[in-house]
Design a protein around this ligand. Structure first.
Ligand code: SF4
Ligand code: SF4
Length: 321
């Protein structure tokens, strides 16, 4: 027994970038590893789930869980860690809101299986086999996790104590979150461990906004040579800064790319897409209904643009069939 707080890091559905982001804290990771007793980190350490199952309930001080939940295995692991942990941190956009995999909620599970096991040009599947949760052969039974009808964020499956959004979260906020846990200086349960402002409030381009923006056309970022110091909205390019939480250090803006919203809705807002639509309505500067339609039609894939990271926790949630 080391006496250090036990910490688990776990990756459910997702690309693995959040697990890598933990390593991005560079040499500070040595301090973290010294201060805590890592009891689970499947990508890096050889602990098994049965080691966690053998622990007392609440024995883990903090579970840092990244990724969304789309199958029964991910749900089981999330529930196991919840049971064994005093605190659960939803880490990254997928855990907080469903993330980019949540866009799959716009199609059905059957659509996905049709493409993956029948229609994709590289598929050779003459018998039309599909994965089954249970399969018996020669008296033996094999099982696979059940694939769910939709993507869920972590809080839709288990109780979550804190949230750290981002795709992935930046190193400074990761360190702040871990330090707050180690020092017991945490804000109220349910808090998001970021600044509570909108990205526009911290963006250096905000000062280039006139008192009233009026746009007559919407352009995509690749269609113009964006001026590197002027607000994207002023240039007619959609930037989700007005509806997105700050804390990323304007990572995309600094490389002349508009914000796509990976930090999720600003404090007190449930649906960042709806919030942005209301901001957009105030800056479209055309008179006729026809022109308004033309401007709106200029948004290629509006649902995909506005809910790229947040579909499962948005008002829309999923495609209704
Ligand atoms: S809309 Fe985008 S570019 Fe403009 S101030 Fe906000 S975050 Fe910055
Ligand atoms: S600018 Fe927007 S999309 Fe880019 S990292 Fe920040 S919150 Fe995420």
């Amino acid at each position: 027994m080391s006496g250090k707080p036990k910490v688990a890091i776990c990756w459910l559905g997702g690309c693995g970038g959040c697990d890598e982001a933990v390593v991005d804290i560079n040499e500070a990771i040595l301090k973290v590893v010294e201060a805590v007793d890592l009891v689970l980190w499947p990508v890096a350490l050889d602990f098994k789930y049965h080691h966690v199952e053998a622990m007392q309930d609440g024995e883990i001080a903090l579970s840092i869980i990244n990724g969304h939940v789309r199958n029964s295995d991910q749900e089981e692991v999330a529930k196991l860690l919840r049971k064994k942990s005093q605190l659960v941190l939803a880490f990254g956009a997928c855990a907080c809101f469903g993330g980019t995999p949540g866009m799959a909620n716009l199609i059905t599970k059957e659509d996905i299986f049709d493409w993956v096991y029948r229609d994709a040009p590289t598929v050779v599947n003459p018998k039309g086999n599909r994965p089954q949760p249970k399969f018996s052969s020669d008296g033996k039974e094999l099982t696979l996790p059940e694939f769910y009808n939709q993507v869920y964020s972590l809080k839709q499956i288990i109780d979550v104590d804190y949230y750290l959004p981002g795709c992935p979260p930046p190193p400074d906020l990761i360190m702040n979150a871990v330090t707050a846990v180690l020092e017991g200086k945490l804000p109220p349960k349910g808090s998001t461990l970021t600044p509570h402002k909108a990205l526009c409030d911290t963006c250096p381009r905000n000062k280039t906004k006139p008192s009233r923006i009026g746009i007559k056309d919407i352009k995509r970022i690749h269609e113009i040579e964006a001026e590197p110091n002027t607000c994207f909205l002023v240039q007619g390019v959609l930037c989700l800064g007005p509806a997105t939480r700050s804390g990323c250090g304007e990572a995309c803006i600094n490389i002349n790319i508009p914000c796509r919203g990976c930090f999720g809705p600003i404090e007190g807002v449930e649906d960042s897409g709806a919030k942005f639509v209301s901001a957009l309505a105030a800056i479209i500067d055309v008179e006729s209904e026809e022109d308004t339609k033309r401007v709106i039609d200029g948004i290629d894939d509006p649902v995909g643009y506005l809910y790229r990271f947040t579909m499962p926790t948005s008002i829309l949630r999923k495609k209704r069939v």
